[in-house]
Design a protein around this ligand. Structure first.
Ligand SMILES: Cc1ncc(COP(=O)(O)O)c(C=O)c1O
Length: 459
């Protein structure tokens, strides 16, 4: 498929007609950033119903590290479709579930025996990880982080940080959840500067145990190794090991949410590997299965085995087509060295984005790990006031010129790179050229449009 091809105004007439029908048939709450209806996709390219072609730097929000319709994945799906579609693993089991569990038990960090169960969505897997942690520890409380995102179901939503649009109006939320700051140095909640802060955010956990919730009441600390929806925030290298040490000291389980960071995105199969931590439970989803709905919880065997028969599962969890797709996807990731590719793409992005940063003061920070890279956009590099409206305009201009982007950040001012890792160098450069064009057009904008609380002033 050719890369960018813009034949109509964007959205084109057929997309517009479908959007109108969507408006009448689908609730407003299910909304899109890019009003383009897809007709087919391949590699890193999406073709819309009007025949326009887009380079996809969003990957269905990080689900397509191995690319759209990787041939091996499509083949595995076809083969499975010819055999059976669903029996329910809790009624009549099948081997692909077991083979995939074995594969994850091997891949997920942790030098101890592990077991894995499957669900249908990231949020559902988060729910199960918390259930398992509470049952095993016989403790109720869970600690989570500012700027975290864990999904839209009740426990996952309660663990999520951002109020609008995720939590506001949906209460009461799940109880016994306590939130502490993440190692987000660009917007430090304690207004300190790294490394002089001496990791105040991680150390303050001990203070939380005195002032907020007793350590012996805490079942788990759940953390994204790198914030996803929160803005691709990479904590200082010491942050996660410090959390792990505190967890071990108090018998608290460490749960890593690798839903967005997993499966080669950061340059390793799992982001935890960069930090040398071995979480007790790891939650996976998104890019595991090449675009089919599948999620997993992998953890220490003794923890995973604690609850009795029938206590875990779900009708569609570990669907056989999704399991075969996942086995094929992981094969592609390994065979095509997509971890290495993520690093190459990430380095290339950083080089270009740092050059842009010198020209465009709107780029407050370029950050990330491997192929998980982002730019945080600000009205002013000193005040760090979030440039949410400008971010929206850049994304709009990009999709009008053939590049699909997704935003992130509590203040909606981060542009994140979630391109399929099979994108070619030429395609990636072409897409970055479109972003550069948008940066040239969209200036700092009208100061009155500022949304979100102002950032603390840093020196
Ligand atoms: C880190 C993280 N956890 C959990 C979820 C929820 O996954 P799902 O949308 O599949 O429920 C997401 C989704 O974006 C995510 O990024």
């Amino acid at each position: 498929m050719p890369s960018i091809l813009v034949k109509t105004s964007i959205p084109g007439p057929k997309s517009k007609a479908l959007a109108e029908r969507q408006g009448k048939a689908v609730p407003r709450g299910v909304s899109q950033l890019t009003p383009i209806f897809v007709s087919r996709s391949e590699g890193a390219v999406i073709e819309d119903v009007d025949g326009n072609h887009f380079l996809d730097l969003g990957g269905g929000i990080g689900c397509l590290n191995a690319g759209h319709r990787a041939p091996e994945v499509v083949r595995a799906i076809h083969e499975q479709v010819e055999r059976y579609l669903h029996t329910c693993f809790m009624v009549t089991p099948y081997d692909s579930y077991v083979r995939l569990a074995e594969k994850l038990n091997d891949l997920v960090p942790g030098r101890f025996p592990k077991k894995t169960m499957f669900l249908s969505s990231g949020a559902e897997a988060i729910e199960n990880a918390i259930k398992i942690a509470r049952a095993y520890t016989r403790r109720p409380a869970v600690i989570c982080f500012e700027d975290a995102f864990h999904g839209r179901t009740f426990m996952a939503m309660s663990l999520t940080s951002k109020t609008h649009p995720y939590k506001a109006g949906f209460g009461p939320l799940a109880g016994d959840i306590y939130r502490i700051p993440f190692g987000y140095c660009y917007r430090c909640s304690y207004d300190q500067v790294h490394p002089e802060c001496k990791f105040h955010c991680a150390r303050s956990l001990e203070d939380t145990f005195e002032r907020v919730v007793a350590a012996e009441s805490v079942a788990a600390i759940i953390v994204e190794p790198i914030l996803g929806e929160g803005g691709f925030v990479v904590p200082p290298p010491e942050f996660l090991p410090m959390l792990q040490d505190i967890c071990r000291k108090y018998g608290i389980l460490l749960i890593a949410d690798e839903v967005q960071t997993g499966f080669a995105r950061t340059g390793k199969m799992f982001a935890c590997e960069h930090f040398g931590i071995e979480p007790d439970l790891v939650v996976t989803a998104k890019s595991m299965s090449g675009g089919l709905p599948l999620a997993g919880v992998t953890g220490r065997a003794e923890i995973m085995d604690h609850t009795g028969p029938g206590s875990l599962g779900g009708t569609f969890g570990g669907n056989p087509v999704a399991c075969e797709a996942a086995l094929a996807t992981i094969d592609v990731i390994e065979r095509e060295n997509l971890c290495e590719r993520a690093g190459i793409l990430g380095d290339h992005f950083v080089r270009r984005a740092r050059a842009w940063q010198k020209r465009f003061p709107i780029i407050g920070e370029v950050r990330g790990l491997g192929g998980m890279q982002a730019m945080e956009l600000v009205r002013d590099p000193e005040t760090r006031t979030p440039a949410a409206e400008e971010t929206r305009q850049i994304v709009k201009r990009c999709y009008e010129h053939g590049v699909i982007l997704v935003t992130a950040g509590t203040f909606n001012n981060v542009i994140r790179m979630l391109m399929p890792l099979v994108i070619t160098n030429d395609q990636f450069d072409e897409a970055l050229g479109v972003i550069e064009g948008a940066l040239e057009i969209v200036g700092p904008g009208d100061q009155n449009l500022v949304s979100g609380r102002p950032a603390p002033v840093h020196v």
